[in-house]
Write a protein that binds this ligand. Structure first.
Ligand code: NAD
Ligand code: WQD
Length: 361
């Protein structure tokens, strides 16, 4: 028994069959849980694997409340190949959406070994089991952070990647591993999605972002100030070459992002029907529009009716001035476009945080 085996739930041998069965790694996490709801709404049968290192099992009840059914869940670390293989034996998986990974940039600088071991090691373990079981359709969660400081905005997928931290490098390395797997076996069908800045929550207020400890990201920090968990927000620099001096990002509603995955799955199915080579697709998921930190704070304050005290502090090391997506590829290849605006993102994030001040309990 390897060091992760004790985390795995025992899996009975009877196979559950369905051609719409999708394995979702990291499916109890922020983006994963919202994607599960989207998948069920689109008629898929997701199966979740997560080690709960950054999520809570109680999200499953919320999923069931929204979607009307509770997907099968396995508490497994994806580095545990044996346990993972058990899930493939039990369910007739047709495609995998791979969210599982660590995502905090600062932590990745402090603990690069953990990040490479978890993100790259976990992905290799997953790809190996997939190859052995002949499941060769994958959608992978990559990140706009792989672009680093872009010289041309909006950012197109063809931009030369220039990651600036171990987290972003781990994502780029996994992208490259996938490309190599495809070269070795062009039967694989792959969609690599590069997310910009996911924010917001399910419109019911039942699911949302629940960071552990002090939030690293802007939106959950703002919502925690609004709900009284934190006094004020530190705005990291107001001397950037932007309209008000604060950083500009492409914030995308998490449900739009979730729907981007169902669009990618439909694309994968089409790619599978074509017998000739189908190169891995790389697609940005963003809105194509940027907002400054001050615009975010102001819009959130207006929508929530709450004061959001802030103070300007020095720049956060590694931050860039402006980053937003060129979304033409997503529209052309996936037929997908973000539908929700900044007011929706703020209103839904606030509904979630105000109804769940302590997150999932
Ligand atoms: P999250 O932390 O909420 O979800 C990730 C999930 O993966 C968690 O539930 C965690 O418990 C699980 N996990 C981590 N390592 C695992 C392992 N070895 N085995 C099994 N489960 C494991 O993060 P999220 O925001 O939902 O992000 C999902 C994916 O999208 C990640 O790969 C992340 O890098 C990527 N991404 C996120 C953002 C963002 O800003 N949220 C932006 C770009 C890309
Ligand atoms: C947004 C803006 C900050 C917090 C990160 C990762 C990236 C991706 C998304 C995973 C910036 C400012 C923030 C605060 C602030 N994740 N800010 N005060 O840095 O664009 O991207 O999350 O892939 O990899 O790097 O997002 O939300 O941290 O910051 O002023 O307390 O808000 O300076 O301008 P970022 P963010």
């Amino acid at each position: 028994m390897d060091k992760y085996s004790k985390m795995s739930k025992s899996i009975k041998s009877k196979k559950i069959s369905s051609n719409s069965t999708i394995l979702v790694t990291g499916g109890t996490g922020y983006i994963g849980s919202h994607t599960i709801v989207s998948l069920i709404a689109a008629g898929y049968d997701p199966v979740i694997v997560d080690n709960l290192s950054n999520s809570k099992v109680s999200v499953l009840k919320r999923i069931a409340k929204i979607a009307g059914k509770k997907p099968p869940f396995y508490k497994i670390d994806i580095r545990n190949q044996k346990a993972l293989d058990g899930v493939f034996q039990k369910h007739r998986i047709s495609s995998v959406i791979h969210f599982a990974g660590l995502k905090a940039v600062g932590e990745s600088v402090a603990c690069p070994i953990n990040y490479y071991e978890n993100n790259i090691g976990g992905s290799l373990s997953l790809f190996s089991v997939m190859a052995d079981r002949g499941v060769k359709n994958i959608i992978f969660s990559s990140s706009a952070s792989i672009y680093g400081e872009p010289s041309v905005i909006p950012i197109k997928e063809g931009t030369m990647p220039a990651p600036t931290n171990p987290y972003a490098r781990s994502k780029l390395i996994i992208e490259q591993i996938l490309q190599d797997i495809y070269i070795g076996d062009p039967v694989w069908r792959m969609v690599i999605l590069r997310y910009f800045n996911p924010v917001g929550a399910h419109e019911s207020g039942l699911m949302g972002e629940d960071p552990q400890g002090i939030p690293n990201n802007l939106m959950p920090y703002i919502t925690q100030v609004a709900v009284g968990r934190r006094k004020r927000i530190n705005v990291f620099g107001d001397d950037y070459p932007t309209s008000d001096g604060t950083g500009v990002r492409d914030y995308i509603h998490v449900m739009d992002l979730a729907e981007g995955h169902t669009a990618a799955l439909k694309k994968i199915v089409k790619m599978t029907l074509i017998k000739s080579k189908q190169k891995p697709l790389i697609v940005n998921l963003g809105t194509g529009r940027g907002y400054t930190v001050k615009e975010m704070i102001q819009t959130f304050a207006e929508i929530s009716g709450k004061k959001i005290p802030y103070r300007i502090t020095k720049r956060r090391p590694g931050d860039i001035a402006t980053c937003y997506a060129d979304t033409a590829m997503a529209q052309k290849i996936l037929g997908w476009k973000a539908q929700r605006n900044l007011s929706d993102m703020c209103a839904d994030a606030w509904r979630w945080q105000s109804q769940n001040p302590k997150g999932y309990v």
